[in-house]
Design a protein around this ligand. Structure first.
Ligand code: NI
Length: 185
């Protein structure tokens, strides 16, 4: 297993659309393991392949990991979802302070459906249809957004988003600075 590099805001790959996976191979299973390890190491509850620079439709989710005090006792249960698709969303929605491993230090209020029905393929090639609610639903919606090149800041109110202008600019500048330094080394 290996830790993967999480791409940060300002990296153009985060704005690309990921392609469906046609055939699941051992390479995808290995990738899912590495993505889960990377997600836990960064104390995240979800990660999309886009965030590690791969434009294929696979996400990892484990919301049991959400609350810090539970991390010691909660077993890790990463769920890999291939080609995840939202079939239904409730009209009722709720707001919540979201964050993202690709936007360290940035948080913002986002409204999302409290109940969704999602269809995905497992690493064994089985099709699963599942109803998910609250944080679980939110996390899946956030990760599917990544596969479409959408970030949570795109879903904030204009006023909320404006308040993040400066920190976002700083983050993008430091991310491109790092890329440059890597290129020079
Ligand atoms: Ni994210």
């Amino acid at each position: 297993m290996a830790l993967l590099d999480i791409r940060l805001y300002g990296d153009p790959v985060l704005r690309e659309k990921a392609q469906p996976i046609k055939e699941i191979t051992d390479e995808h299973r290995l990738l899912a393991e590495d993505m889960a390890e990377t997600m836990y190491a960064a104390s995240g509850i979800g990660l999309a392949a886009t965030q590690v620079g791969l434009l294929i439709r696979i996400i990892i989710v484990d919301v049991n990991w959400a609350r810090a005090e539970e991390r010691e006792s909660e077993p890790k249960r990463p769920v890999a979802m291939i080609n995840p698709e939202v079939l239904e969303e409730s009209v009722e929605d709720d707001d919540y302070q979201e964050g993202c491993l690709s936007l360290p230090g940035i948080e913002g209020e986002v409204w999302r459906s409290v109940l969704i029905k999602v269809r995905y393929t497992t690493l064994d090639g089985e099709t699963v249809i599942e109803e998910c609610e609250d944080l679980h639903a939110r996390c899946i919606l956030h990760e599917i957004d990544h596969l479409d090149g959408t970030l949570f800041i795109d879903r904030m109110s204009p006023a909320g988003r404006r308040q993040l202008d400066r920190p976002l600019r700083r983050l993008a500048e430091s991310a491109s600075g790092e890329a440059q330094a890597e290129g020079e080394a």
